[in-house]
Design a protein around this ligand. Structure first.
Ligand SMILES: Cc1cc2nc3c(=O)[nH]c(=O)nc-3n(C[C@H](O)[C@H](O)[C@H](O)COP(=O)(O)OP(=O)(O)OC[C@H]3O[C@@H](n4cnc5c(N)ncnc54)[C@H](O)[C@@H]3O)c2cc1C
Length: 411
């Protein structure tokens, strides 16, 4: 199926070439692996992490002087959108290691950037971001994992769950409590780099989920894990800002792009099915009611595409866009789910066959609801904009670091 018209913004020739490169890669490397990933949901897909790492894709937003592609946020969206059309699990793997890149680029010291980002860009080192806990979920400030100062070290104690690339990451960027909430308020959390082989760190056995088979989002436990003070990212008390900013500037657009890719695959498959399925002396595509539903699906897809690309285009240009990033994540998931349900209905019993990809798309798209903020959390933020409440505008605040251009503008 042709892409929805790319009204805003038009792609540059470098971006068009990148999209073709990614499409060729997914045809050659991802598509042939999907069947195996689906057949073995208890296994974590490692080969594709290595292959995508070798392409340099984990460093898509890392500046060229640090070995990265320096291609920016729209390029990242384009990549995730393309990969997710073949496999949302592979796109999830690619996106999960980008959030900690943002943490280091925006808050890390010069030494941390020079030491950590070139191996990520070269595909030699994979990162994870570990925030979520069993008893706090999306309430980040409610977390209970602690970091206690001990001489020149910090001792980490607690556990995290649903951590993207938990089983692949060489280095975990962990947010932990360094002060009681009632004393330090929003400065009660700090961020730490924890190597995967630190004594006391355990990665629990991979357990398959409803969807995203092959992608690990598992549990980490920290039992008196000792890390040197130089492993702190930013200053003590920066943890909430680090978690929030990476979620807004990277998490939201990443998940929007993954939903978008699955959405496109759903619309493509459904159009092909309607066109090729004979009924009543014509095809299903000739039934007015199904024609109408397909039109609605295409309308949502095109709008989701424009929202997602416009938001990251603004990020690349140093323009304020938090609300667009939030809205895009929210609607991209919601619209993909609606189209997914339309598609299931329109396929009749065919939708249920495990050998047919629709059930995989339907399961996978359920998995983009929770990460980087559930629907309720996005709506809370959108309502705050409607009510004129002031919140930190991360795209504006970090514009000099997120923009591809030297002199960011504000609208
Ligand atoms: C595929 C996937 C990848 C993930 N990757 C990572 C990762 O790499 N790192 C990481 O740290 N975490 C990750 N997560 C976890 C994700 O960030 C959490 O699932 C999310 O923060 C929500 O937490 P929860 O699932 O515990 O739900 P809860 O926060 O417990 O929410 C339960 C329900 O309460 C609602 N709710 C919660 N708070 C509010 C509120 N303030 N107002 C109104 N309603 C509210 C929610 O919308 C939801 O309906 C991942 C999750 C998935 C599914």
């Amino acid at each position: 199926m042709p892409m929805p018209p790319s009204t805003s913004p038009p792609l540059t020739s470098a971006q068009t070439q990148l999209r073709q490169l990614v499409a060729d890669f997914t045809t050659a490397e991802v598509d042939p692996r999907v069947r195996r990933m689906e057949a073995h949901p208890d296994r974590v897909e490692r080969d594709l992490a290595v292959l995508m790492g070798a392409q340099g894709w984990f460093g898509v937003t890392i500046p060229t002087e640090l070995g990265g592609m320096g291609a920016g946020h729209l390029a990242k969206t384009l990549m995730l959108h393309q990969v997710a059309q073949s496999s949302a699990a592979t796109a999830a793997l690619l996106q999960a290691s980008q959030l900690p890149v943002s943490m280091i680029m925006h808050f890390g010291s010069e030494r941390q950037k020079r030491q950590l980002l070139p191996p990520v860009a070269a595909g030699e080192q994979l990162l994870s971001i570990a925030v979520t806990e069993k008893d706090s979920g999306g309430h980040v400030l409610g977390m209970q994992t602690t970091a206690r100062r001990d001489g020149r070290d910090w001792i980490i104690e607690g556990s995290k769950r649903y951590i993207g690339n938990s089983h692949l990451a060489h280095l975990h960027c962990v947010i932990a409590r360094t002060a009681p909430a009632d004393q330090a308020g929003s400065r009660a959390l700090s961020a730490f780099l924890i190597e995967h082989d630190r004594p006391g760190l355990t990665v629990k056995r991979h357990r398959p989920a409803l969807g995203l088979h092959g992608f690990s989002f598992g549990r980490l436990t920290f039992n008196n894990v000792r890390v040197p003070a130089r492993n702190m990212i930013g200053e003590e008390g920066d943890g909430k800002d680090i978690a929030y900013s990476s979620s807004i500037l990277y998490g939201r657009p990443n998940l929007a792009a993954v939903s978008l890719g699955v959405h496109q695959a759903i619309v493509h498959l459904t159009a092909a099915y309607l066109r090729s399925t004979p009924r009543y002396g014509a095809t299903l595509a000739d039934l007015d009611v199904l024609h109408d539903r397909l039109g609605r699906m295409r309308g949502r897809l095109t709008a989701a595409r424009d929202l997602a690309y416009e938001a990251v285009h603004r990020l690349d240009h140093g323009l304020a866009c938090d609300e667009r990033l939030i809205n895009s994540k929210y609607l991209s998931h919601q619209w993909a789910v609606q189209s997914g349900q339309d598609a299931m209905d329109m396929h009749g019993a065919r939708a249920l066959e495990m050998s047919y990809p629709l059930q995989r798309y339907w399961r996978d798209v359920q998995c983009t609801y929770a990460p980087a903020g559930t629907g309720e959390v996005q709506r809370k933020r959108l309502a705050a904009y409607a009510l004129g409440k002031r919140t930190t505008e991360w795209s504006r605040k970090l514009a000099p670091k997120t923009s591809l251009f030297r002199a960011p503008r504000t609208p």
